[in-house]
Design a protein. Sequence first.
Length: 324
Amino acid sequence: MTEGIHRIEVPTPFAVGRVNVYLIDDEPLTLVDTGPNSATSFDELTNGLAAVGHALEDIELVIVTHQHIDHLGLVSIVSQRSGADVAALDVAVPYVQNYSKEAQKDDEFARAMMLRNGMPEDVVSALSAVSQAFRAWGSSAEVTRVLHDGEELRFRDRTLQVHHRPGHSPTDTIFHDAERRMLIAADHLLGHISSNPLITRPIDGSTERPQALVTYLRSLEATREMDVDLVLPGHGDAVTDHRTLIDERFALHRRRAEKIHRLVAEEPRTAYEIAQAMWGNIAVTQAYLTLSEVLGHIDVLKNEGRVREVEAGDNTVFEAQPPL
Ligand SMILES: [Zn+2]
């Protein structure tokens, strides 16, 4: 336990492994995220609560950090059993209240994007099927406390400042305890792996592909400025030196961008071809992550004027600019 916050590691059926649920032992008694909607996850969550002297029914507030299924899946059952308030950032409210419908719209957006970027039809269909099958690990609940960027959440013993930090997803929200120099960061900053800047349907209704990595790097800059000693992430162990870690992430993304620039300087390629050249034939379930990675770095290079996109039939192809 750190400063009245317990970590409960809840299992997920996803490649990422366990997800961190945090219990803030304060008034209101608060859960940050819930884990995915499965019997195993539910059992481990209730056992984890019991181990620190609480029952599910005691929970008074559930905070959802972002729209991903491994974080919000149990929000329905937890809020129903406990009668807890449910808090989420304004832009995340549609996901919490109508998970299935929003996820379906995300999948349609992703499908068009994958095909445009050269991913073979059978891989796209396989990914859509996987996503459909996972839909049951989500759930919905009414948001009774809508949060806004910059506001304060007050507890008996602490105050958390709410900040919108999009990039990993469009709805990423972090919670800053300035007095304790502590940050609940969810998937915005992870210690053991770099956070995926997943390309996701824009929340403003626009149909253009969002620059997820560019947005993410901007969000990381803002977090780097924060004076904190401890970061509690959504997966894995706490981070104690966030500036060094963020600088490592900046260096990683710079190296990746340069590698991708070399690949498109060799010959014009689709994003899918670049992903294959970078990582070979990876598991189908990782195909969307790697495509997002490639397009994110392409956006960085495009903004620097070093890569341009060309339409070639139904596909988008990227080439070095100016031609070498
Ligand atoms: Zn996530």
